[in-house]
Ligand binder design. Sequence first.
Ligand SMILES: *Cc1c(COP(=O)(O)O)cnc(C)c1O
Length: 398
Amino acid sequence: MKLNIDELTIFGGKPVFEYALHVGRPNIGNRQKFTERVADILDRKWLTNGGKYVQEFERQLEHLMGVKHCIAICNATVALEIAIRALGMKGEVIVPSFTFIATAHALQWQEITPVFCDIDPETHNLDPRQVERMITPRTTGIIGVHVWGRACDTDALGEIAHRRNLRLLFDAAHAFACTSKGQMIGGFGDAEVFSFHGTKFFNTLEGGAVVTNDDSLANKIRLMKNFGFTNYDQTGYVGINGKMNEVSAAMGLTNLESLDEFIGVNRHNYQFYQTLLAGLDGVSLIAFSDVEKFNYQYVVLEIDAQITGVTRDDLVAILHAENILARRYFFPGCHQMEPYRSYFPHSGLLLPQTERLTQRVLCLPTGTAVGEMEIRQICGLIRLTLENSEEIKRRFTR
Ligand SMILES: *Cc1c(COP(=O)(O)O)cnc(C)c1O
């Protein structure tokens, strides 16, 4: 443990960690189970196109989430694109800017305009009152993102969508195995999309899913993800190749067997961070309600530089020098990235809470690759930095 700031790597010390500690290191379940499944896939010589493992994976997810239909897809970005198209969204769709860029790109890729909407600073999710203000005659839908696994205000958004005749999709990439009002996320809105990318706490290498209780929507998505084929020789509409392969499904089935363990580790890490960061002025760890289920896959701090005296960006630079690769999710906000930045150079004026939050957030490493020893070191460094903020401000230039 570094005890004085001259030992910090930015001032010439040696990094605390020899190897980089990443946000989003993969959680990998039982290796033998996985390789047995892969061997079976090779023996059966059925690699993709609705094979046994994909089907079993879909049925297990339907059971877990209590939904009628799960369609496994090759990744969440394509899953979003397919769901958006199948729902008939066009013109303008309201989305948060405080999200991973794929939420916006999935619209723009199909020439649909993402209209960025501000968030509630408490929940980090779409503010329904702002959503209402962004609706125009061209608006066809709303995509809410359950940021950090904390659900959007599904009731308020559902009410607006119903009253204004808009489609409602949720990007639930963060929210696998989480609940809202006691109900598993997956059954809200017209459909919900999950990501099983390698950096998510539950992965299928690459992968995603669309989940819905709507029979005809599910049927459409099942065809669309396979070029729109309705039988061997005919297509019903334009489609894409969005299929999940058998090896990914085998990884998914294997990781499902360790789901409780992954969540347990994440919860323990979160609580340990909470204990060690308690009482540190200007640093707050985002909170999770006791009455819902969460996956705790993101350990998210908000840094108030007015109080800490050290900016979020300086803190990130100090941690990076120590090989702690904390991330500024979601910085700088989708509206500040191309092509949106050029298309709508003034959209930030309508996004004051988003702009403020993107300057404050910081995600710390967690998951099965991180233990108490690492968390002690990380929190010790944050404490050391803030306790010496005056001297750091004077001596440290990035
Ligand atoms: C990870 C993520 C995606 C994209 O998922 P992929 O499976 O990598 O395509 C979309 N939205 C959000 C909010 C994400 O975090």
